[in-house]
Every structure is written in C-alpha cells, then in structure tokens.
Design a protein around this ligand. Sequence first.
Ligand code: AHR
Length: 520
Amino acid sequence: MAYRAWTTVWGWTMSLGLAVSAVAAPAAPETAQVTVHADRPGAVIHREIYGQFAEQLGRGIDEGIWVGEQSPIPNVHGYRKDVLDALKAIHVPVIRWPGGCYADEYHWRDGIGPRGQRPVRPNRSWGGEDRNAFGTHEFMDFAESVGAEAYLAANMGTGSPREMSDWLEYLTGDGPTTLARERRANGRDKPWKVAYLGIGNESWGCGGQMRGAYYADQYRQYATFARPLGKQTLTKVASGANADDYAWTEAVMAGAAAQIDAYGVHYYTIPTGDWKHKGAATGFGEQEWISTLKAALRMDELVTRHSAIMDKYDPAKRIALAVDEWGTWYDTEPGASALYQHNSLRDALVAAITLDIFHAHADRVRMANIAQMVNVLQAMILTDKQRMVLTPTYHVFDLYQVFQGATSLPVDVHAGDYAFGGLRIPGLYATAARGTDGAVHIALTNPNPTRPLRVALALPGLKAKTVSGRLLSAPAIDTINTFDHPNAVKPVSFDGATVGADGSIMVSMPAKAVVVLDVR
Ligand code: AHR
C-alpha cells in the first residue's frame, strides 16, 4: 500500500511537465520513526507566530500593497485587491510596520492629513523616497481589513518619548483631546486598537548603535510613556538581540525585564554566512540548498539560548520572545527594487523548519514576523504591475494555518541524516499539534532532494481512523513561481499516508517536500 502511494507521489512529480531529465532518479526510500505524543498536550501555539512584517522600503508597500484609489490595478480604497484577498486567505494574525531600520527615522505626523500635502522624505536606510501616501490611517485600516493586529514600531533613534506618546494618543484617544479630534477630522472616528508597540528597532545597530545597558535605560523611559488611552492593553516589545548576541539579552533583561512584555530577536538565514556575498535566490546547487537549511536550523539554538537568559530574569515566562524579523536574505539582483528576491522551494523548507522550531518553543516564542510580506526578502507575495504571484513560502503559511492556536504535542523523530558536501543535517523534521478543530495535525519535512522516506508514525493517546494531507514540493530545489508560471510550486492533495489496523500511520514521503497531515 505504501509503495503504491509512493508511486502516486512520484507520478505527481513527473506530471508537472518539467524537464524529466533534470530530475535525478529517486533513491530507494529509507524508513524513519516518528512518535507524536497525543496524550501529552503542551503549550498553545500562539497565532501571532504566523505574523508578518511590512517595512516602508523598495516595493514592499508602494506597489506591493498600496496603489492608491486612482490606480488601474483593481483596488479596495487604494489597497491591491489581489494582495488583500491572498493575505486574508492565510489569516495573517499581526503585521509589524513601518520598520525595521526605517522606523527609527519615521515621524508619524508626516503620514497623516491630505495625501497630496504630505511631505516626501528620503529613506536613508534603504534608499528612495517615502511619499508618505501610506501613513498611519492607511496602515491601521489595512491591518483591520486583513483581520490582523497592529504592531507599530516607535521611533527611538530620532524620535522622542513625546512623539511616541502623541502617536498613541492620536491612535487610541476616545475622548475630546486635541489629537483624538485631529484623527476624527482626518476621517477615523473610532479609536484603533494598537496591540503591540516596538520601542526602537535594532537599537544595537541601525536604531542608534547603542550599548545594551544604555538601551535598557532608554527603553524604561519610553515604556513609561507608552500608554494607550481608553481600556486597551498594549504589549510593549523591546528591541532585542542580533542573532547570537547573548550579551545584549543579558544587559536588557538585567536592566529592564520588569518593564518588558515581549522581547524581539532578529535572525536572517543567508546561504553563505557572508553578508557581502550572501548567495543567489535562484540557480543555486545542492551545496547552497543544504547550507541554507543548516543556517535556518540555527534558529533552534538561538531561541533556546535567549530563552535560557530570559528564564533567569523571568522564570514564569511572562515575557514573550518575539522573533520579529526572520527569513532568508539573498543577494539582490541588479536592477531589482530594494531587497527584492525570488522565493523557491528552498524558502518553503526554510519556512516549514523555522515554524517547526517556533512550535517546539511555544511556551516562550509567542510572536514572530517573517521579513517581509510583499516584494521584500522572503515574501509571501511578489507583484509586477498588474500581476501577482504567491510564493512557495506563502503556501507553507497556508498549509500551516491549522497550527494557529493549536495545542502543541511533543514529537520524537528517529531518522538518518541528510549529508552533502561536508554538511550534515537531520533527515526529517516534524511538528504536531491538536488543532482548534479537534484533529491532530502533523507536518513532516524531508530535506533530502533525492531520497524519499517511509515514515512510520506512532500516536500514543490517539487511535487514528482517518488521515488526509496536502503536499508541497517541486521538480527542482530552486523551482520558483513566476508571473508566467505561477503554479510551479503549489500544494496538492496527498494520498501517501495510510492508517494501519492498530491506528498507527505509514507515510510515503517524497524527497524535498513538506507534507501536512490531518489525523482524526
Ligand atoms: O528587514 C530588513 C531589515 O533587516 C530591517 O529594516 C532591519 O531591522 C533588519 O536589519
């Protein structure tokens, strides 16, 4: 039965109509064992780890999200309709804006009032200009239309506590104050809800080159005045460490833990490990494939070690760890807009593995924001004038929607390694959770580009009756969706899993693939 299912999967691969000669003949499948402890529910996977980040740079917002009401591109009050619909479909829980580095040079008053009269400012961080057409009203209304919480990043680098406090009054005031009246005059009667407020961004770098202890003091001052009006609860997010800068975490926790609600960490996956020559988004070989996946796996160590420092100051885990920038970062192709990059099957696996890591740390990691939502870095969506394409990463966020708000289940994986060119990583990744729909959802990722796997799934605490699934793979490791061929990497239904008489499950897992199973 399993063999029959495997041939079905292979048949699917072949039926994509791509150069069959370019696809290596599959190696014989190995067998891996996975145990999902359905009887040992763990922490809830906060929806917010499926969050997004949209910085005012390149074509991320202008063109990607915002085209204006007069645009020939179909739009709803100036927002691209195709992009809006695609984001609603994956239930984006939270969006971070306006940066990024740009947040520390952004002044909110530039982005309110009649659009034609707003100032044009240089974007010193990423080049180009900001016409400020997409300002506070445009962002807050956009987040509301998507159904997402707003995560604003306040300017600490070139701003002041007063500027931040005025912004909060403008946004949340429900009384007769001058700033609340100004908001109403600008077209928004009801206060908005501001769920998260970042205080500075990368304050160790583009946000002001501060030292940890100094930032902690600055944070305390700003946090004191970060008070929304009315009955809102605001989660204040401290600007956390760059990747493995544990000294920063130590200093900020020692100096300000009591004032912090969430602590941000940023980590980008780059294939070469060299920021000057990061590697290409497409046309790469197996060496860059495995080095990228290995680099993505570092997230586990980073989260573990930052969490351990936080545990010292916050053993009750009141403070959330927010990985509020993560994703792949490749060399930008000549002529492309700032930080624009293609997104291949490799990015889909990076996303799946990273989300698996967040699930495993669900007790502490309670928000994450992939960088970035549209046309920038590891985007969900790419646009070219009228056209839009969903990336392989988007499809992972779609497949993984079932994990939003689900209760994590511990998973043991016994599988051989996948090795290439002197690098070695585990040969299978798995995550599982009981969804809000009652079903057990299991995601499996096989990083080996040529070898399929047979996965024997044991489920103590659950005697499975039915299993169904969806599969994401592609003919080649660097297959991308293009504007002309937007469906080269797209989820298909998966019939490679079967339930045995004892309620266990056998899965025939194709090479270089992500499978998400629904077990009942
Ligand atoms: O996401 C791009 C940039 O990466 C952000 O502006 C900055 O915070 C980080 O260095």
